[in-house]
Structure formats: C-alpha cells, structure tokens
Design a protein around this ligand. Structure first.
Ligand code: ADP
Ligand code: ASP
Ligand code: MG
Length: 406
C-alpha cells in the first residue's frame, strides 16, 4: 500500500459536477488500490481572480495581509465541497485549511515560503481510513496570520505535503494530460513529453510556463519527490518529472516557454564609470521590483545604454524611478516598451551542442522577427521580441527544432 498526494487545479474543480467527478475518481482509486490519499485542491476556477477584482473596488492597493485573508477563502470552499461529495459516496473524509494543518510559512504575505508542516494529525486520519483533503495555496505564520504562497501555489502545497509525508508519488491533476513541448493553447502541434528533468522543468516554469509553480519544482527536486503531471479528464500516464537519465529523449531542445508579463526599460546615455549599474538598480530593488534580463552596451564616447526587463505590473513605477535616476546621473533619456514578450528554448541537450543559438536566431530572422534582447544560460536561450510576434515565434521555433508532432 502506498501514500499518494493528488492535487486538483481550479479547472478540475470548477463546477459542482467536476467536484463530484473528482470525488468519484478518488473513491474508485481508494477502492481499487487501497492507497492512502491526501488531496490538495485549488479554488474553483475564476474565484481567485474574482476576489482580486472585488478587492480592487475597495482599495487601489490593498495590503498583502488582507489579500491573503480574502484569497485563502477560495480554497476553503473547495475542501468542504469535496469532503461532502466524498461522504455522499460513503467515503470518510476530513478537510483542513492550511492553518488547521499548520503549514507554517514565513510572513511574506502573497508569496510566503513554507518552513514546516505538521503531519501527525493527517497521518492519524489516514490510519483511520479517511481521505484527507487540504486547501492548497495557503499557510499560517508562527504568530497565526494567514498567508498565501503566490499564484499557482497549490502545486507547491501538494509537493511540500508529499515531501513531509514521504509520499510515494505526488500527482498534479490538471486540464492537460501532461507537460508539453510548449503550451498547447499556443501551438496545437505541441507534443506531450513522457519525462522531463527537474532542471528543464524548473527553467520552463521560471521562463513563464504556468503549468507548475516554480517553487513546487524546486521543492520536488530538493526533496526527491516523484512528481507527475496528468489530466483529470483523460486517462494516461502523463509526464514524469525526474532526474536526468540515459533513457531521456535525446532531444537538443525539450521545450519552448514564453512570458507575456514582461516590459523593457532603457536608460540611454549613462556615464560609463564604476557604480552606475548599482546606482540604477538599487532604487529599483528598494521599491521591491524584481529585475529579469539586464543588458549593458559597450561604452562609446564615455557613455552607455542600460536596458532591463521587469514585470509588466511594475512598468509604470519603474519608469517613474528611472526618470529620477536619469536626472541624478545626467543620463540622456529614459525609454520603455510594455508590449514585449520573452520567448525561450530549454533543453539539457544544449550543453553538448554548439550552434543552437544561431539556429534559433536564423529561424526567427526567416520570419522577419526582430530580436530586441538576448540572454543565455547553460540550458536555455531567451529572446525578447515584440508582443505581436509571440505566437509566430513560438511556432517557428517549435518547428525549427523538430518538436512538432507529425
Ligand atoms: P490548474 O488550474 O490545474 O493549476 P493551470 O492553468 O495552472 O492549471 O495549468 C495548466 C495550463 O498550463 C494548461 O491548460 C496549458 O494551457 C498551460 N501550459 C503552459 N505551458 C504548458 C506546457 N509546456 N505543457 C502543458 N501545459 C502548459
Ligand atoms: N487559487 C490560486 C490561484 O489561482 C492557487 C492555485 O490555484 O494554485 O493562483
Ligand atoms: Mg496551476
């Protein structure tokens, strides 16, 4: 007998019928396998967004603390409804909010990190024959404040619980039947991968693939949690996220990720002297704005251009701060563009092959797509292009690297 943690995302529990469907699946599985089941659920689809909109009607920028009190209720609705549906089928079930479990987090509201999980009560419930249903996305600080883990955080709750309970497998059930070479909503020719390495999945998630929250992949890699992504609606083995092995598909590129949430800003004609980069970036960091790509040109005439990208939500604020820095540093001007996207190719195969970057750039050039910024690491190459080229760029690269289904 094994212990499995399942996670059902918002679309899998989006209606009463869908919750009943999940209850049926769980009861069938428990009856056929006898496995112990811990189930993490998201809020019903659309609920987290709906509440965020409501909050905005109260206050332009509500405190992260109150947002957590509000948003955590979404998952509380689902745990109770799922337990009712399980009990209706004659299955004993217990529901837990994050704070009832004692999923202890730090106090960074809105993006809290899990520090500790108390498992004694859950284990006793399992031993008594219950299915244990836990609200995803939330925790509690040592002093009792409700926290949330950031968008997509139920994935992280599931993996963290699987690690704490030493589960045999953590299964992320969603509306696609696995991890694809790219988002199938953008490229219908995308293929499902049987396996992907933790390293690649982490890059894909960090570069914008929203199928798994970044921290869930980090956690799974660190604590060696066997992690699988599957469909709630179609039977199949899904995608296993695992360590690199010899059986891995010998592809150069495993996938293409994209991020629509970026904006680009440039400070032009900055004096080329020590301390300038930090003079620019410190006020940005002090305003709690995260920076992604950074490019600085080679100096000409003792001055240089400094460009970086930020989240689109931080664009206006970043432009304001840069205006001030521009005056202080005696730079030429500030320019910005919030209609850009980042497209990245990812693959461990890249390590041992030259020429991947030039293949990428020539494929994009062949479609007349202008590259505005480039950044590389060992297993990824990212480019910034105009927003209107997103779909074209993804499909062109998908085809060029032989990822499309026949
Ligand atoms: P859930 O509500 O179950 O958490 P999400 O919407 O967070 O589901 O994640 C599933 C979605 O992720 C899919 O519907 C798909 O559009 C998107 N997605 C993005 N990149 C990929 C990828 N590489 N493979 C599969 N799905 C992807
Ligand atoms: N309900 C939260 C969100 O929509 C958490 C999750 O679904 O994972 O982001
Ligand atoms: Mg999700």
């Amino acid at each position: 007998m094994s212990l499995h943690v399942h996670k059902y995302g918002g679309t899998s529990v989006g209606t009463a019928e869908k919750i009943q469907n999940v209850a049926k699946k769980l009861v069938d599985e428990k009856n056929t396998t006898g496995n112990d089941l811990v189930v993490v659920v998201s809020a019903m689809s659309g609920e987290t967004n709906r509440m965020t909109e409501l909050a905005k009607q109260m206050q332009a920028t509500p405190s992260a603390k109150q947002m957590d009190v509000l948003l955590s209720t979404g998952e509380q609705v689902t745990i109770s409804l799922l337990c009712m549906a399980l009990e209706e089928r004659g299955q004993k079930a217990v529901s837990y909010t994050g704070s009832q479990v004692k999923i202890i987090t730090d106090d960074s509201h809105g993006k809290a990190r899990i520090e500790d999980i108390y498992t004694d009560k859950l284990q006793a419930d399992l031993a008594a024959g219950n299915i244990v249903v836990v609200a995803g996305f939330q925790g509690v600080t040592e002093s009792g404040a409700i926290t949330t883990l950031g968008r997509g955080g139920s994935d992280t709750t599931a993996v963290a619980l699987a690690a704490a309970l030493k589960a045999d497998e953590c299964r992320i059930y969603t509306d696609v039947d696995g991890v694809y070479t790219t988002d199938p909503r953008v490229e219908p020719k995308a293929r499902r991968l049987n396996k992907i390495t933790f390293e690649e999945m982490l890059e894909m998630a960090s570069l914008g693939s929203k199928i798994l929250q970044i921290r869930s992949v980090e956690f799974a890699g660190k604590y060696n949690v066997p992690l699988r992504v599957l469909s709630t609606f179609i039977d199949g083995d899904g995608t296993l996220i695992t360590y690199e092995d010899d059986e891995m598909e010998k592809a150069l590129i495993s996938g293409i990720a994209f991020n629509r949430d970026e904006a680009k800003v440039t400070l032009a004609g900055v004096p080329d002297m020590p301390g300038v980069a930090s003079a620019i970036l410190k006020p940005i960091a002090d305003a709690n704005i995260e920076i992604d790509m950074i490019v600085q040109n080679v100096a000409e005439d003792q001055s240089t251009d400094f460009t970086f990208t930020v989240h689109r939500n931080d664009y206006e604020k970043t432009m304001q701060i840069l205006q001030n820095i521009c005056t202080q540093l005696g730079a030429k001007k500030v320019a910005g563009d919030d209609k850009i996207v980042k497209v990245s190719i990812v693959g461990v195969g890249m390590r041992s092959h030259a020429g991947i970057a030039s293949q990428m750039f020539s494929a994009l050039a062949g479609e007349g797509i202008n590259i505005r910024m480039i950044s590389t690491s060992e297993i990824k190459i990212s480019v910034v292009v105009d927003e209107r080229y997103l779909e074209l760029a993804v499909r062109t690269l998908h085809e060029s690297f032989g990822l499309s289904k026949e």
